[in-house]
Ligand binder design. Structure first.
Ligand code: NAD
Length: 252
C-alpha cells in the first residue's frame, strides 16, 4: 500500500503492459487513472480493479491529440486533486518495409510514440511539480538501442523518447524525476491470465534469464522507479529484457 496517497495516470493503460501497470499500482494503493483510445477495455479494467478492492477511473483520450491530452490531464486533477506519477506507456508498432509505407504512416508512429509523451509531460508537469516525490516514466523499447530490419519509425520514435527522458529529467528536476524503461520481448497475449505462455521453448531459452518477459516485469520496474527507494535515480534507463541486449550473437 505504499502508493496509497498517490494518483497515477497511465496512458494506454487498458491493455497489454499498460494493463499490468494499472493493476500493479492499484494493488499498491494508488488511485489509477487510465487514459486509452479503447473505451470498452478501459471501462472493463476499471470494473475489474474496483471489484478487486482498488480505486480507478477511465478517461478516453488519444495521446497524439493536444486537446485530448489537456482534457485528460485537467480531468484527472478534477477527479483526484493531483497527479503524482505519469506513466507514458501508450505506443503503436509498425509493420511494412521502408519503401512501401508512406510518410504519413511514419508521422503517425512519431506522433503517438514521441509527441504523445511530450504532450503528456508538458501538460502534467505543473501538477507533478506541486506533488512530493513525483515522477514520470517513459515506456521505451530496446528498439531504441538495436534494430531488426524495417523498423525505422518505431526505433526512431523510441530513440527520441529515450532522449526526451533525459531532457525532461534536467528541465523538471529537482521537483520531478523522469526515467525510462526499455522492455525487450514482452508476451502480452497471456496478460493477467493463468494460461501458460504460448511462446516456444526456443523463444524462452534464447533469453539469458530463460524466459520471454511478462507485462508484470515492466509493472514491477515502474513500481520501483516511482518509489522513494529510487529517489536518487533520474534521467536513467532501466533495461527490462531478460539480458537480450547483453547477448552477443555470432554463428557458433
Ligand atoms: P498494446 O497494443 O497491447 O497496448 C497499447 C495500449 O495503448 C492499448 O490499450 C491501446 O489501446 C493504447 N493506445 C494505442 N494508441 C493510443 C493512443 N494514441 N492514445 C492512447 N492510447 C493508445 O501494446 P503493449 O505491447 O502493451 O505496449 C505498451 C508499450 O510498451 C508501448 O509503448 C510499446 O511500444 C512498448 N513496448 C512493448 C514491448 C512488447 O514486447 N510488448 C516491447 C518493448 C516496448
Amino acid at each position: 500500500m505504499r502508493f496509497l496517497d498517490k494518483t497515477v495516470l497511465v496512458t494506454g493503460g487498458a491493455k497489454g503492459i499498460g494493463k499490468a501497470i494499472s493493476i500493479g499500482f492499484a494493488r499498491s494503493g494508488a488511485f489509477v487513472v487510465i487514459m486509452d483510445i479503447d473505451v470498452e477495455a478501459g471501462n472493463r479494467l476499471v470494473s475489474q480493479i474496483i471489484s478487486d478492492g482498488g480505486r480507478a477511473s477511465f478517461i478516453h483520450g488519444d495521446v497524439s491529440s493536444e486537446d485530448d491530452v489537456f482534457r485528460v490531464v485537467t480531468g484527472t486533477v478534477e477527479i483526484s486533486g493531483s497527479i503524482d506519477v505519469l506513466i507514458n506507456n501508450a505506443g503503436i508498432g509498425w509493420t511494412g518495409t521502408l519503401l512501401e509505407r508512406s510518410t504519413d504512416d511514419w508521422r503517425k508512429v512519431i506522433e503517438v510514440n514521441l509527441t504523445g509523451p511530450y504532450l503528456m509531460a508538458k501538460y502534467s508537469s505543473p501538477y507533478l511539480a506541486t506533488s512530493k516525490g513525483s515522477n514520470i516514466i517513459n515506456i521505451v523499447s530496446t528498439r531504441a538501442l538495436m534494430s531488426e530490419r524495417n523498423s525505422e519509425p518505431y526505433s526512431a520514435s523510441k530513440g527520441g523518447l529515450l532522449a526526451l527522458t533525459h531532457s525532461l529529467a534536467i528541465t523538471l528536476g529537482p521537483k520531478v524525476r523522469v526515467n525510462a524503461i526499455c522492455p525487450g520481448w514482452i508476451d502480452i497475449t497471456d496478460s493477467q491470465s493463468d494460461k501458460p505462455s504460448k511462446q516456444s521453448d526456443v523463444a524462452h531459452n534464447q533469453h539469458p534469464v530463460g524466459r520471454v518477459g511478462r507485462p508484470e516485469d515492466v509493472a514491477d520496474a515502474c513500481l520501483f522507479l516511482s518509489s522513494d527507494e529510487a529517489s536518487f535515480i533520474t534521467g536513467a534507463n532501466l533495461i527490462v529484457d531478460g539480458g537480450m541486449t547483453r547477448k552477443m550473437i555470432y554463428l557458433e
